[in-house]
Design a protein around this ligand. Structure first.
Ligand SMILES: Nc1ncnc2c1ncn2[C@@H]1O[C@H](COP(=O)(O)OP(=O)(O)OP(=O)(O)O)[C@@H](O)[C@H]1O
Ligand SMILES: [Mg+2]
Length: 367
């Protein structure tokens, strides 16, 4: 709770397993950074318990939590070289002061050698070995980001907290660094909490994903579960690109009526029994096929709807088709090779097994 009654994070109840890679994802301002800062001890939780292992850490100062954090706005020491930026924390932690070093020359030397080895190994891992002598201002944004990562990695802490560590990288470097971080986690096995607003990063990196909105946890599960069984309309719309289509509809006689079209509700689905209920029908763009193509879903009378093509965006391997059926506008991901034409009325096959239904009032998934 911040001054002015700002409840940035509300009753976040989250258990992160040992060695797990957990991603916190949500739109800007939903409380991701605040949640991380509380775990790091930089922000005090107004209420509740925070445990690392079996230890309650609410009152443990940040430096004693054995946590390394990579900040959203990482701050490197501008006057230090890359090497010193990485090694600095280790020296501070492991070496005694000047007088201790003089009185314990052998020990000090051993520690210095070990710090040097770890610093170089970390730089090698992040491919910044050749930059060790430079200062931050002589680096690109992406290289600086790696140094910030290096500073955290070199410590081999119990927990990594990363707040949008890839946000300053260009698209290509982001994908590359994403893969490196996944490998790094596999190699080091350090529990990691990774914050991002990018659902692709969340899906590709997280062993589990915690989706937040307005400080409230919406769902926490594996990427597959969050994608296939979103808990509510918000999660369904947030995870997946292009986003899921939501069409206001009504249940009638075991079917879902959306005005311009009617689709059968798969047998046994609880939505089928909610006669007369208003709901949102959710269809992912990737579950809509050009019926004229050879699709994994055979076209039948029941699973096919008519729609007009408004816009076709070619992406190379596929098109994003902006479709219109009656008053409803929605998106479809159509394989390249489709002969769809703008303004044509065409048939589209829907994968009925992947229909989603959300309560019109509560927006909770019906399943
Ligand atoms: N020190 C503060 N005092 C008051 N309100 C704050 C403070 N820090 C953050 N907030 C508010 O708390 C909410 C959550 O902020 P937070 O920085 O955790 O969001 P975020 O999910 O990290 O967003 P982003 O993706 O933009 O980084 C926001 O509404 C923000 O304005
Ligand atoms: Mg943030």
């Amino acid at each position: 709770m911040f001054a002015g009654d700002v409840r940035a994070v509300d009753n976040l109840d989250l258990q992160i397993n040992d060695k797990e890679f957990m991603v916190l994802v949500g739109p800007s301002g939903c409380g991701k950074t605040t949640a991380l800062r509380m775990i790091a001890g930089l922000e005090e939780a107004t209420d509740g318990d925070m445990l690392i292992g079996d230890t309650r850490v609410n009152d443990v100062p940040p430096k004693d939590r054995d946590i390394a954090m990579v900040f959203q706005n990482y701050a490197l020491y501008p006057h230090m070289t890359v090497y010193d930026n990485i090694a600095f924390g280790l020296r501070l932690r492991e070496l005694g002061g000047f007088f201790w070093q003089i009185s314990h020359p052998a020990e000090a030397k051993k520690i210095k050698t070990s710090i040097d080895e770890r610093t170089r190994a970390t730089a090698k891992m992040l491919d910044i070995e050749h930059l060790l002598h430079r200062r931050p201002k002589e680096l690109s944004g992406g290289q600086r980001q790696r140094v910030a990562l290096g500073r955290a990695i070199v410590r081999q802490p119990k927990v990594f907290l990363m707040d949008e560590p890839l946000s300053n990288l260009d698209a290509k470097l982001r994908i590359q660094t994403r893969a490196e971080l996944i490998r790094l986690h596999r190699d080091l096995g350090i529990t990691t909490i990774y914050v991002t607003h990018d659902q692709v990063e969340a899906m590709t990196m997280g062993q589990r994903i915690a989706v937040m909105k307005d400080g409230v946890l919406q769902q926490c599960d594996t990427p597959e579960k969050v994608y296939n069984q979103p808990a509510n309309k918000f999660v369904a719309g947030f995870i997946g690109a292009p986003p899921m289509n939501f069409i206001p509809a009504k249940v009638s006689g075991g079917k879902v009526e959306a005005g311009a079209f009617t689709l059968p509700i798969p047998s046994g689905h609880p939505a089928a029994a909610l006669e007369g209920k208003s709901l949102f029908l959710g269809i992912r763009p990737e579950d809509i096929y050009d019926a004229a193509m050879n699709n994994p879903i055979p076209t039948t009378d029941e699973n096919t709807i008519k729609a007009k093509v408004d816009v076709l965006e070619p992406l190379g391997h596929q098109y994003i088709a902006y479709l219109k059926a009656g008053d409803h506008a929605f998106l479809a991901s159509i394989d390249a090779g489709s002969k769809l034409k703008i303004d044509d009325e065409s048939n589209f096959t829907i994968n009925l097994d992947q229909l989603h239904f959300f309560d019109a009032e509560t927006e909770q998934a019906i399943r």
